[in-house]
Design a binder for this molecule. Sequence first.
Ligand code: SF4
Ligand code: ZN
Ligand code: ZN
Length: 376
Amino acid sequence: MIRVNHYNGKTVEIEGPKRVREILKQLGVLENTVLVARGDELLTPDRTVQEGEEIELIPVISGGMKCKVCGQTAVISLPRHNSAFCRDHFFEFFYHQVKRGINQFRMFTHRDRILVCVSGGKDSLTLWYVLSQMGYNADGLYIDLGIGDYSEASLEMTEKMAETLNRRLIVIPFGSQKMPIAPLAKRARRTACSVCGTVKRYYFNRVALEEGYDVVATGHNLDDEVARLLGNILRWNIPFVAKQSPVLEEENGLRRKVKPMFRLTEQEIAAFAFLNRIQYIRQECPMSRDSTSLLYKRALNLIEEESPGTKHFFYLEFLKKSHIFKALSSDEEPRGTCTVCGGPSLTEVCSFCRLLRRIEKEEQSMKQPLGAETTE
Ligand code: SF4
Ligand code: ZN
Ligand code: ZN
């Protein structure tokens, strides 16, 4: 049997395997009034649920509530705003939040060339989609990390989005041409995520500079930012707290970095992606070991459940007061230039070039130059 946790509090069992569409029909639930989740994964109506699996009809979608703007049946309730919206007004809300974030921090204008860092996940693909819909000049950058099926599927989703938007996608075949992240991390005696971060940061900046983009945009959301802030505060890491912002200004050879969706939660982005039929990779990266940030997110969600709006308040109020932390932080980073690649670096050789040296030492046979493939 398939266990279905209904948002009305009931759990029902249905014979499987069955498509989500059929399950909803059997329960008399309209497809566009619910989000269907299997664990962390959102399921579209054409997906099949197997015997013994458990799915959940997510409570953010409520057929009983009315849109706060027009009074029609709501498709999403947003307790943190004490609101519920129909599909159209939810989209209006969503675009408004992105626009507000962009304007508040003067992230970019319609004249700027924006490079969106896309991973194939819901946040980055939604960001690319939204910026394009808003008329911004936004191209995509995908870094192939060589994480087997996961990387292949993510690239496929990203390419589909590039096609839909008819925008340029730059693909860096790092994993296939140099070395996949997992063995690289092993050799570097670092975690996969830390090596992955070094590789991504390096290419985000290098591609933006070489290809003449004015700004680099990432899909970080409110949950990401709040979890990061909590982590930094729990450790009283003042320099990190002081630096946290939806905008990192251009300095010392680093392109300006922005996070236009910092006002939106993970759940709102998932709902937006779902309602717009944005296809993204639902599988978690198999290298994901960062349980600390997941722990903070879980803790914050528990608080949010009891006290809606806490996450939002915590982060947005921090932004108003971040000058206090900047004043406390005397850690001005002395930036220099990497003697190998000429990029910005705190040390003589940047961390990316140190990684490459390690590969070259150990893999003398792999001598292909790093290159960027471009699809229009
Ligand atoms: Fe990279 Fe870690 Fe994210 Fe996987 S989970 S994409 S390895 S940072
Ligand atoms: Zn409405
Ligand atoms: Zn370097």
